[in-house]
Design a protein around this ligand. Structure first.
Ligand code: PHE
Length: 469
């Protein structure tokens, strides 16, 4: 693979497609869609969406989240992939190239850098949570979930959290796997993992929904998810819904710019983006439908926080025939879904360094090590440092990392990316990449130019003001 992607585009006429120097390409359109879906579908859908819905009061949060995915997340997803394909493989390089080409400020590249650093912060705790999923594989496989109650399930989860050494072990295994895959270059391995294993995870999710329908308080669960009670929805919950729309679609930090850099020409960006958003949303809703009926049937607390999935689903596995096997398989697949997202978090910064002439494997290892070390703070948040508070509230270091990235940095990154395509890139150039008719193209541009940035900025400012008050 070529390592020198710093190209000067000033000389090129504005409508010329400039290919990333990388010779690495997804082997097919399908492979790209699957890899992007693999990046989108992960812990965000199965771990984060249900617990946030639980802590934010249910249906109203879900509705706002869906609106944010459609009106903000999807347009920005299209924007990121477009920047990537038009500008080159690394987010920073792509922004620099396009800014030079369209005579915009070179400072736009900072957005790429900040995004790539944000991704490292996300990866640091993402890996810890993925480690919890892995920790459940032996627990399930050895029959420890058989017939457990909600309370017993809570005890198992708390035991995992209380053990820093065990958590570090799983966190290390997860991070090492991510580094290994990124070192080899995304493509082959990821493609194979997502084309076979992600559909398997989807099948298991459907099975869990069926189980929840048969054994859980299905109507209560569905009502909690879909019957909106807007009185329960504060500005902070709206911001969380918007932030989660970014998180779940993997936008706001340049991951999709990096992936778009590998996207062959001739692939429809809008169609691909819609497929990604639709599959991602379906997975989140399925996870919610699997979890909440069980939460209500077993007297668990929907607002229980980040442990929700890890406490609820084991109860389901414990109650079903063949649950040992299904449980183990589910947590393996969840771990794999998390890896396909984690590589998307590590890739932007690695791609940036590779462009600067560093060896891919060295960058992946060094940066993985850095994330791993930051991740230790999240591990300790649940045991040795569980009393440490950064601000005068209840939040642990883990909570802060989670909140800072998802509720602040991703929305800010999203605003910047929207403004870049909306204002710095000419419509003609956008039309060359995005195969929408002129009307839809303008509608999309209005979304990224005005509506998405203004809406996100408003929510961000009012939530921050509310939090400061
Ligand atoms: N979208 C992933 C998930 O839902 C997380 C992620 C965020 C991945 C940003 C890459 C970039 O789990």
């Amino acid at each position: 693979m070529s390592t020198n992607a710093v190209i000067t585009l000033d000389a090129l006429p504005p409508t010329t497609h400039t290919k990333p120097i990388s010779s690495q390409k997804w082997s097919s359109h399908f492979a790209f869609v699957m890899a992007a879906v693999g990046s989108a579908v992960g812990l965000g859908n199965i771990w984060k969406f249900p617990y946030m819905t639980g802590t934010s009061g249910g249906g109203a949060f879900v509705l706002v989240y869906l609106a944010c995915v459609a009106m903000i997340g999807l347009p920005i997803l299209i924007a990121e992939v477009t920047i990537g394909r038009a500008g080159g493989a690394s987010p920073m390089g792509a922004l620099r190239n396009l800014a030079a080409k369209y005579r915009a400020s070179r400072h736009w590249q900072i957005v790429g850098l900040v995004g790539a650093l944000t991704a490292l912060l996300v990866l640091s705790f993402y890996s810890v949570v993925a480690g919890w999923a892995l920790a459940y594989v032996p627990v399930a496989a050895t029959g420890k979930l058989a017939g457990i109650s909600g309370a017993a399930s809570e005890t198992i989860f708390n035991t995992i959290l209380a053990d820093p050494v065990g958590q570090i072990g799983w966190h290390t295994a997860f991070m090492a796997t991510t580094v290994l895959i990124v070192s080899r270059g995304i493509g082959g391995g990821i493609e194979r993992a997502v084309t076979w294993l992600m559909p398997m995870l989807a099948v298991l999710l459907v099975l869990l929904v069926a189980y929840a329908a048969a054994q859980g308080a299905f109507l209560d669960g569905a009502a909690f998810l879909f019957a909106p009670d807007f009185s329960a929805l504060g500005t902070e919950a709206v911001l969380s819904a918007a932030g989660h729309a970014f998180f779940t679609l993997s936008v706001g930090l340049g991951a999709m710019i990096a992936y778009g850099g590998y996207l062959p020409e001739g692939v429809s960006i809008p169609r691909t983006a819609i497929t990604i958003a639709a599959l991602d949303t379906l997975c989140a809703l399925a996870a919610g439908l699997a979890i909440f009926p069980l939460v209500f049937a077993h007297g668990l607390d929907p607002a229980g926080g980040p442990g929700l999935v890890f406490v609820t689903l084991p109860v389901a596995f414990g109650g079903m025939p063949g649950g040992d096997l299904f449980g183990a398989l589910f947590f393996i697949l969840l771990g794999i879904a998390a890896v396909t997202s984690a590589v998307a978090l590590l890739e932007p910064i690695v791609a940036t360094m590779v462009e600067r002439g560093f060896r891919r494997s060295s960058c992946a290892t060094m940066l993985g090590l850095l994330c791993w070390a930051i991740g230790l703070a999240s591990v300790f948040s649940f045991n040795v440092w569980s009393d440490v508070r950064i601000a005068g509230d209840e939040r642990t270091i883990f909570d802060w990392l989670n909140l800072l990235t998802s509720d602040i940095l991703l929305p800010l990154g999203g605003i910047a990316i929207a403004l870049f395509v909306g204002w710095a890139m000419p419509l003609r150039a956008l039309g060359g990449e995005i195969d929408l008719g002129p009307r839809w193209l303008r509608a999309w541009r209005a979304l990224v130019r005005y509506i998405a940035p203004a809406a996100v900025a408003m929510v961000l400012v009012s939530a921050l003001m509310g939090a400061a008050a």
